[in-house]
Design a protein around this ligand. Structure first.
Ligand code: GDP
Ligand code: MG
Length: 371
């Protein structure tokens, strides 16, 4: 909604809010400094105070920031990005941990790798890299989707062989289907004496997930996260699926990516884990994500090593934001700080307006309820 608070309007004109309120009063409207007025009224007031008004459309500011539609220059193959989903206690965390330690990219096996929210492993058979989002669960997936972020190429659906298809298994299937992301089924806990993998396959059929042995095209792998059984096979199946998807990118352009998670670190300041999706992110780049901006001060890999750059499908910790962005925010590299400031101040303003508008909407409906 096109609206602005009186305080914000006054700030932007470098006028006093009381003067804005006085003018509104002349027009017969009583207002408080926190009230929201519509864009037309705001324009009238601004012009009356001698300001030239230029209304900026979202498209003007955001233009050129994300080249999502134009993928004609995407000719390089990139690694797949995988999210692990499934019912609680079916072994998502165990599987992610087992995969991480089974096959970390740089041979720091046994070493303590820090969790940055995503990591890369190499399939030992084909030598292909695979990126795992390390925050399993539907919440992260849906939160990102809700913000328009598409980070996942493949969903690994974990189903415990001793428990079968459960409510969150079905939820995960529905999420994956809605996002048009292919599923690979990991039938986990195959080590258990009461494991019934065949029952899992039958139950999946009832939810339109048809595995290959049932004539479908969904790949399933029997695994044990506990005993590290068939993890290489799972990685290879993911690599094969990725080949079919024919994932392309362009590393030779300013970086674009998505914030996987972000926090305010006591010692290091705002820290964001970013999945780079196109282009190459470099130390020194000027970046925007959501309403936050900054200059990349340092990049830290999933191995905890300082790196100078990160290319497509590479997860990296980014230091240098002025404030922590939000998970799901899109990251872009811009030409200069002025452009970054323009974009982020516009977005911050939009955010405040939306918040203010929803508060005044709430107040309105509250008044209706009270009357
Ligand atoms: P999540 O809730 O899906 O993340 O599940 P967790 O990874 O926390 O695992 C839930 C429980 O199942 C834990 O007690 C794990 O030790 C156990 N578990 C996970 N994978 C296996 C497996 O392959 N075999 C057996 N026997 N237990 C497993
Ligand atoms: Mg877990």
């Amino acid at each position: 909604p096109e609206a602005i608070t009186i305080q914000e309007l006054a700030n932007r004109m470098s006028e006093r809010a009381v003067d804005v309120i006085r003018l509104l009063m002349k027009q017969g409207a009583m207002h408080k400094i926190t009230d929201v007025i519509d864009a037309d009224t705001a324009q009238l007031i601004a012009e009356e105070l001698g300001h030239t008004v230029k209304r900026v459309a979202a498209s003007d500011v955001e233009e050129g920031l994300f080249d999502i539609v134009d993928d004609s220059t995407d000719t390089e193959t990139r690694s797949p990005v995988v999210t692990v989903m499934g019912h609680v206690d079916h072994g998502k965390t165990s599987l992610l941990d087992a995969l991480r330690h089974a096959n970390v990219v740089s041979g720091e096996a046994g070493g303590i790798t820090q969790h940055i929210g995503a990591y890369q492993v190499v399939s030992p058979e084909s030598g292909k890299k695979i990126t795992f989002i390390d925050t399993p669960g539907h919440a992260a997936f849906t939160a990102m989707r809700a913000r328009g972020a598409k980070v996942t190429d493949i969903v690994v659906l974990v189903v415990a062989a001793d428990d079968g298809v459960m409510p969150q298994t079905v939820e995960a299937i529905n999420h994956a289907k809605a996002a048009r992301v292919p599923i690979i089924v990991a039938i986990n806990k195959i080590d258990k004496p009461d494991a019934k993998p065949e029952r899992v396959r039958t139950e999946l059929l009832q939810h339109e997930v048809q595995v290959e042995s049932f004539g479908g095209d969904v790949v399933d792998v029997e695994v044990s996260a506990k005993n590290k059984t068939n993890l290489d096979k799972l990685l290879e199946m993911i690599a094969l699926q990725a080949e079919i998807l024919d994932l392309k990118t362009n590393s030779q352009r300013p970086a674009e990516g998505t914030v996987i998670e972000a926090k305010l670190d006591r010692g290091r300041g705002p820290v964001a884990t970013v999945l780079v999706q196109r282009g190459t992110l470099r130390v020194g780049d000027i970046i925007v994500a959501g309403a936050e901006m900054g200059r990349v001060r340092a990049l830290i890999s999933d191995q905890g090593e300082t790196v100078q750059e990160a290319g497509p499908s590479v997860p990296v910790e980014v230091l240098g934001f002025n404030g922590p962005p939000e998970a799901g925010d899109r990251l872009a590299v811009v030409e200069n700080e002025a452009r970054a400031r323009q974009v982020t101040s516009y977005r911050a303003h939009q955010k405040r307006e939306n918040a203010a508008a929803s508060i005044s909407g709430m107040r309105g409906s509250l008044e209706q309820m009270m009357s």
